[in-house]
Design a protein around this ligand. Structure first.
Ligand code: NAD
Length: 441
């Protein structure tokens, strides 16, 4: 059993902390946000992830996990400190490492015994060399501190499951000691461990995310071509998926990738390459295709409708994918402002993301348009002139093609997630536009 501190209680830090406690380690989660810490102490998770609250409560009750803003107490005698703070995108595409630097400084001030610092956050290749040097330069006590890389591969929406049943754990270390500590911490998980050097571990994270982003953008690019040549992207994807070299995952065409990782990690790797004087053409292509894809349906609808002014527009789904309350880089964030600018009266539904969205676009009038948040899909569709589907929530998928015909004033649907069969929608009398498939005339 190890004494572990975790810096940052977002999707990565909190889930890691809870899972470490679940396998028997003694965990203290640190966050600078007092309101989050108070929430967590009361057994409430500040983020939505399946099973997370149950495990938080269970492990808190037996004293295996605690939450604090007092980093000094948490770090001073930890065997390992995991860093899971954000590394958001800066305007030039590079990663903002200021949160990592602050934690490094706090660690240097606080540690009073030998300790392994483990960076889970996604950081540019070579960052952890600098973090180690930085901590050693500012160390207050005479102790051994090393830095290891342990990139995180969880997907939001299934974060707890992905952590407890990860396909692999990647650890990047520069000494036998660091490798042994990390192997020991992960031993109770009984998962395959890939042990490499620090820079390779850092690169594995970017290379993996950007490969997936590229796969999505490739399918979106092919989908756009399918529409032009009369092929169906879902049939094409199914035909491709049987080839083991391609695999069946990440073949769904749609309205582009969002979330906190793919958009920023593609830009960050492109930036890293540029700094080395190298042009990463493949990743740049993924970024470009994705940018276009996000407003693809809006552009189609604009052509078809001429104006959105005075139209009731149903928006189904606001988060970047189902199963999360996260809106970062969601397609809705690009499309809703465009619709409002054009004078649309939006009726938006999302089972968990509406409150977060309302912080950016409060309910009420916005220039010529307006936005109203409703509590079910039917309310959004009632009397609508057009509907956009941005997130494939179960609640949205449960709506039958007939319901669109029955509830909407004019049954015109733009589906960014290819939820329905084109034939079924047309048979129900719905004018249906989706991605990479036959479009209604
Ligand atoms: P997040 O923004 O959800 O959470 C970061 C947390 O760190 C916040 O709660 C913030 O208050 C806290 N924080 C900031 N400074 C702090 C400090 N000095 N001490 C303690 N806490 C502090 O971030 P996230 O989505 O969990 O992502 C974290 C990192 O993990 C990023 O580098 C991201 O790229 C990477 N990552 C994220 C995912 C994902 O699905 N979200 C998956 C894999 C990797």
């Amino acid at each position: 059993m190890y004494k572990i501190a975790v810096a940052g209680t977002g999707y990565v830090g909190l889930v890691a902390g809870v899972c470490f406690a679940e396998v028997g380690h003694q965990v203290t989660c640190v966050d600078i946000d007092e309101s989050k810490v108070e929430l967590m102490k009361s057994g409430v998770s500040p983020i939505y992830e399946e099973n997370l609250e149950e495990l938080m409560r269970k492990n808190y009750a037996v004293g295996r996990i605690n939450y604090t803003t007092d980093y000094q107490v948490a770090y001073k005698d930890a065997d390992a400190i995991f860093i899971g703070v954000g590394t958001p995108e800066q305007p030039d595409g590079s990663a903002n490492l200021s949160y990592i630097a602050t934690v490094a400084r706090q660690i240097a001030e606080s540690v009073e015994k030998d300790c392994l610092v483990v960076v889970k956050s996604t950081v540019p290749v070579g960052t952890n060399d600098k973090v180690e040097q930085f901590i050693q330069d500012f160390l207050v006590h005479d102790v051994r501190v090393e830095v290891a890389s342990n990139p995180e591969f969880l997907a939001q929406g299934s974060a707890v499951h992905d952590t407890l049943h990860a396909e692999r754990i990647v650890i990047g270390t520069e000494s036998k000691w660091a490798e042994e500590v990390l192997m020991g911490i992960y031993e109770p998980f009984h998962l395959p461990i890939v042990s490499v050097n620090r820079r390779s571990a850092e690169m594995i994270k970017y290379a993996s995310n950007d490969f997936l982003a590229l796969k999505i953008s490739y399918m979106n690019d092919i989908a756009n071509l399918c529409e032009l040549v009369g092929a169906d992207i879902q049939d094409v994807a199914r035909g491709m998926s049987f080839d083991a070299r391609i695999g069946s995952k990440f073949l769904n065409a749609g309205i582009g990738f969002g979330g906190s990782c793919f958009p920023k990690d593609t830009k960050a790797l492109e930036y890293i390459a540029k700094q080395q004087g190298y042009e990463l053409k493949t990743v740049k292509a993924a970024i470009d295709v994705n940018k276009e894809q996000k407003t693809m349906l809006y552009k189609k609808a604009s052509k078809r409708l001429i104006t959105f002014s005075g139209l009731k527009v149903a928006v189904l789904g606001l988060t970047f994918k189902p199963g999360t309350d996260d809106l970062r880089e969601a397609a809705s964030l690009e499309n809703v402002p465009l619709l409002l600018e054009q004078g649309a009266d939006i009726y938006a539904y999302d089972p968990v993301g509406a409150n977060n969205f309302a912080k950016v676009h409060p309910e009420g009038k916005h220039g010529r348009g307006s936005i109203t948040y409703v509590s079910n899909v039917e309310q959004a569709l009632e009397g609508a002139n057009v509907c956009f589907i941005f997130t494939e929530w179960g609640e949205v998928k449960a709506i039958t093609p007939e319901a669109y015909e029955k509830l909407m004033m004019t049954p015109l649907v733009y589906d960014g997630r290819n939820i329905y069969s084109v034939q079924e929608m047309e048979e129900a009398g719905v004018e249906y536009h989706s991605i990479g498939r036959k479009q209604s005339n």
